[in-house]
Design a protein around this ligand. Structure first.
Ligand code: THU
Length: 134
């Protein structure tokens, strides 16, 4: 039986995340991270972690991604992937799940070691913009 072509090229998105990871600035942790996401208008946005001598103010890769999203026209994130320094799929940290929720909502699809999952599975009962609107 012929399988239909996947509508989203996760491998290409992962490659974009790996390219971003290669540009990470992580001299303190030695743990480079790269992320990439598709936007609902077809754009791809990426980010890498950028650490700081004041350790606690280092920026996760997702910070760069949402900044690029907003500064390149906004829109909604639809598909997201994150890789470590080996290029392997990585789960985003808790704080970054919240960053992703703001711009992707519960339906944002994440590539995880356990498969493709909606953000609502990775951040159950999320607090978000809808609460402030009540
Ligand atoms: N890091 C990210 O960039 N994103 C994540 O979701 C997980 C953690 C970075 C932060 C720090 O620069 C390094 O990984 C080690 O924690």
């Amino acid at each position: 039986m012929t399988q239909s072509a996947p509508s989203v090229d996760w491998a290409a998105l992962r490659e974009a995340a790996r390219a971003a990871m290669s540009r990470a600035y992580a001299p303190y942790s030695g743990y480079p991270v790269g992320v990439a996401a598709l936007v609902d208008d077809g754009r791809t946005v990426t980010g890498c972690n950028v650490e700081n001598a004041s350790y606690g103010i280092g920026l996760c890769a997702e910070c760069g991604l949402v900044s690029q999203l907003q500064n390149s026209g906004g829109g909604r994130l639809t598909h997201f992937t994150c890789v470590d320094g080996k290029g392997d799929i990585l789960v985003p940290c808790g704080r970054c799940r919240q960053l992703l929720y703001e711009f992707g909502g519960p339906d944002l699809l994440l590539e995880t070691p356990a498969g493709i999952l909606p953000l609502e599975r990775m951040l159950p009962q999320a607090f978000g913009p809808e609460h402030l609107a009540k």
